[in-house]
Design a binder for this molecule. Structure first.
Ligand code: ZN
Ligand code: MN
Length: 139
């Protein structure tokens, strides 16, 4: 098998794995689950393959300033909500407000190609497990 063929196979397996989860995993999470089947693969390879898939428009990169990037095989326009307690990331079932693009264009003079809105809070599981309340939430 050529190196190129092997890389293509690894990338396909990576995309399959990402498509099988709704958890918006990190590169490390994906690497942990692929290393048994691809022992020669490094975490750097996983990261590079994710970059290639993102360039091809097959994967969304969810960049967060403070923690590691997360990845999403659902490339449709949708919003995310992140738990400030456990770090989990969920899709937010709100319609994406694409009208904002036109509004942003009008006030900025930019040609707007998209926008991001991220929500933050405490997930239902963390609300249940922590009785002491959360700072700033009034609970
Ligand atoms: Zn949580
Ligand atoms: Mn998502």
């Amino acid at each position: 098998m050529t190196i190129q063929h092997r890389q293509t196979k690894q990338r396909a397996a990576l995309l399959d794995l990402l498509r099988s989860t709704k958890s918006h995993p990190t590169a490390a999470w994906l690497y942990e689950r692929l290393r048994a089947a691809y022992p020669a693969m490094s975490q750097g390879t996983v990261y590079r393959n994710l970059s290639v898939l993102a360039e091809q428009g097959l994967v969304l990169v969810l960049r967060s300033g403070s923690t590691y990037d997360r990845f999403d095989a659902d490339t449709s326009v949708h919003y995310h909500i992140m738990c400030e307690s456990c770090g989990r990331v969920d899709d937010l079932p709100l319609s994406a407000e694409t009208f904002r693009n036109a509004e942003a264009e009008r006030v900025s003079g930019y040609l707007v190609t998209g926008h991001r809105i991220d929500y933050f809070g405490i997930c239902p599981e963390c609300q249940k497990s922590k009785k002491g309340g959360f700072p700033g939430t009034g609970t």
